[in-house]
Ligand binder design. Structure first.
Ligand code: ZN
Length: 202
């Protein structure tokens, strides 16, 4: 999707990370997997509603998906992305879940007449019962995972205590967010240096 969402807007809505080029990545980042138990950032109806509202402009119109389907797709997408980053094969169930969600809403191209001339639109055929937003997110995951050139930019945050994933369109990008992890790691390095200086001081 070409419509962008900024990290600033995402953080203003109460989420630590988001605004990646793909909604699928933002969805993968709604769970912090390093904690035990993992922290689900959209585990309440109000958080779910706020998150889908934030992403709505990048997704086909329609009602928000049901939380169970969201969790299933998120788990599948996260598994497929993590598997790639860990150099292993993704679980067949995860791939099946992604494929089935993407296939649940077929699309067709459609012409509409506007004052500025004809425009091509995508029609989402929800008459078969699927959720268009969820199908679009699954479709993004398929497109990314099937594109080795773009997939090379998929990274995990350089902070070992952070599980966030992102697409490093700038190859030097190391952190999910400069204002959270980038800053935290800079502070940690600073204290590390200060401590080692203290240690050698007489
Ligand atoms: Zn991070």
């Amino acid at each position: 999707m070409s419509i962008s969402l900024s990290l600033k807007e995402v953080q203003a809505a109460g989420f630590p990370m988001g605004g990646e080029p793909l909604v699928a990545l933002d969805l993968a980042d709604t769970v912090m997997t390093v904690g035990d138990p993992p922290v689900d950032l959209i585990d309440t109806p109000s958080a779910q509603a706020a998150w889908w509202k934030l992403q709505a402009r990048r997704l086909p119109p329609g009602p928000p998906p049901d939380p169970t389907s969201v969790r299933r797709l998120r788990g599948a997408v996260r598994e497929a992305f993590d598997a790639h980053l860990e150099g292993r094969t993704a679980s067949p169930t995860a791939l099946e879940d992604i494929n089935a969600t993407a296939a649940a809403v077929p699309t067709s191209p459609r012409l509409t007449a506007t004052d500025g001339g004809l425009r091509e639109e995508t029609r989402w055929h929800t008459e078969y019962g699927g959720n268009a937003a969820l199908a679009a997110v699954a479709g993004e995951a398929v497109a990314l995972l099937g594109d080795p050139g773009r997939l090379k930019r998929l990274r995990r945050c350089g902070n070992p205590d952070c599980s966030m994933l992102f697409l490093a369109e700038n190859p030097r990008r190391k952190w999910c967010t400069g204002n959270i992890c980038g800053n935290r790691m800079r502070v940690a390095r600073h204290y590390g240096r200060t401590r080692s200086q203290d240690a050698v001081a007489p």
